[in-house]
Ligand binder design. Sequence first.
Ligand code: MN3
Length: 201
Amino acid sequence: MSERSNPELPPLPYDYDALEPSISEQVMTWHHDTHHQGYVNGLDSAEETLAANREAGDFDGSAAAIRDVTHNGCGHYLHTLFWENMSPHGGGEPSGDLADAIERSFGSFEGWKGEFEAAAGAAGGWALLVYDPVADQLRNLVVDNHDEGALWGSHPILALDVWEHSYYYDYGPDRGSFIDNFFDVVDWDNVAEQYRKATSQ
Ligand code: MN3
């Protein structure tokens, strides 16, 4: 039987208070240590169930566990990207190949940003900027939960979590201010690196 490697919660790439005032230390602590950890644990436990079912040759319950892998796996992967996409030295606008791709795909940075903000205002989960290798272009996606609204084959390069746990403590129902302040901490160098990886796969 093959050994699987357990999923692990990656540490934040900066201090918990590093993104203040856009995101408070309290929210980062709850969000990373409790919510993100919960998805890592959920993924681990669903994989354990699948392995045990295969071992027993009894697949009752395996479909539910596969759904749990999708839900928790998407939660784990998107939170990891979200943390990497931000930095206390963020803000501004992209440059280089990423800026060219945004211009090609959306007409202008403003065109991209207005559309991304609309996605973030409407989503019941996440707004994503993805690279679609089939059309060889960038797209914005509206994602409900962690996995509804995916475009198969596309690679997320920028993720914004708009679940209420992401902003309610800091902003109350004013999601728009949270979205505005998110742009002050977007690390465009990281997004450019994610784009480079996505286009070289
Ligand atoms: Mn979250």
